[in-house]
Design a protein around this ligand. Structure first.
Ligand SMILES: [Zn+2]
Length: 358
């Protein structure tokens, strides 16, 4: 897909669990990679990480942002028989949670389990399609027969993720568990690396921020943008590709996989930053798609734009199918184009660039 070093970074980033509130292992993968070229890498108390390229104290600072956490589940209760009941971390969908392989991540290592599914023969409705379960009905079987034995392997509060790794559907499309939003961390790391390579043309300071706990409220982005107060931010996350059956494009707009990253209009997206991104995309012939928001962006952009006196933002996203499921699917072409768009937009910034709307 990319060069071999980049491919193995992407793969490691995607297969390392980083459930919301438990992002440490995933962050280690990211900081190790950006540490190879950034001027400075720092983390804060809760584990959000930044990597910097420092040009000059007197010039403006732009932030590239992505969230590093993924949705998941957590061990909520263990029965006397050793079955493990779950709660969700972030917006995990209970209706797809049955009959899956999961890893429970504990201090002692990871334990494989399966989410139980009553056989179709034993269901009240013999045609299948039983009622959609709530999280309180989902349990994990780790092959033990008592609570005592289960507690030798796991404990209450251990995070849980699906087992899916990275797979290629073909040369163009990939599927993985946590594209939302490990792919964003990949994009900002690669954009920062490109900027380092083009340092002679870089006129501003750059901070790449990989934030914790977006999936439960955008908290890491809030802490770190308050701390660093950049002059502008390019935020990246995933967005819904709406090109699969059953999605009403009249309601959700038209976004296609493989047709380029999206630029969002409205809400926290500053019109002048959006305008700059569109201009750069036009000049560099990078295909983009458009989407809009009426109120919230539903991303870290909502946490960043109104810090203190305001940070002008634009949200640029990788379209994916099947968001918040273990088979999230993206186009590598869109990922490459977004890295290019972010890099070129930063290179287009002037040292004293200000974004104001009159
Ligand atoms: Zn996300």
């Amino acid at each position: 897909m990319f060069d071999s070093k980049t491919d193995s970074f992407l793969e490691e980033l995607l297969i390392t669990p980083s459930p919301t509130g438990y992002e440490t292992e995933g962050q280690k993968v990211w900081t190790r990679y950006v540490g190879g070229f950034a001027d400075k890498v720092e983390t804060d108390a809760y584990g959000s990480a930044i990597a910097r390229l420092d040009t000059n104290a007197d010039v403006m600072t732009v932030m590239l942002e992505a969230h590093c956490d993924e949705i998941g589940m957590v061990v909520q209760h263990i029965t006397d028989e050793g079955f493990i009941y779950l709660n969700k971390l972030g917006g995990s969908d209970s209706t797809i949670a049955r009959a899956k392989r999961v890893f429970i991540h504990s201090k002692k290592g990871r334990t494989l389990g399966v989410t139980g599914n009553t056989a179709i023969h034993l269901q009240d409705n013999k045609n299948g399609g039983g009622k959609e379960p709530a999280w309180k009905e989902i349990y994990v079987d780790i092959g033990v027969s008592s609570r005592e034995d289960a507690l030798k392997l796991v404990q209450i509060g251990d995070p849980v993720t699906y087992c899916e790794d990275l797979n290629k559907l073909n040369e163009e499309m990939i599927t993985a568990r946590a594209l939302d939003n490990r792919i964003g961390g990949f994009v900002i790391a690669k954009a920062l690396q490109q900027l380092k390579k083009n340092r002679k043309d870089l006129k501003v300071n750059v901070i790449a921020l990989n934030s914790i706990q977006e999936e439960v409220g955008g908290f890491g982005a809030r802490m770190m943008s308050f701390r660093h107060m950049p002059d502008a931010a390019l935020v990246t996350d995933v967005t819904h590709a709406t090109d699969t059956p059953g999605i009403d494009q009249r309601e959700h707009g038209q976004v296609k996989l493989g047709k380029g990253p999206t630029v969002q209009h409205g809400g926290a997206n500053h019109p002048k930053v959006v305008e700059l991104v569109e201009r750069v995309a036009g000049e560099k012939e990078i295909a983009i798609q458009h989407e809009t928001t009426s109120i919230r962006t539903g991303t870290d952009t909502d946490s960043i734009f109104f810090q203190k006196t305001g940070i002008p933002c634009a949200l640029l996203s990788v379209p994916i199918r099947y968001m918040h499921s273990p088979v999230e699917t993206a186009s590598i072409n869109d990922v490459k184009k977004l890295i290019e768009l972010m890099t070129q937009t930063v290179l287009a910034l002037e040292p004293d660039q200000a974004f104001t709307v009159h």
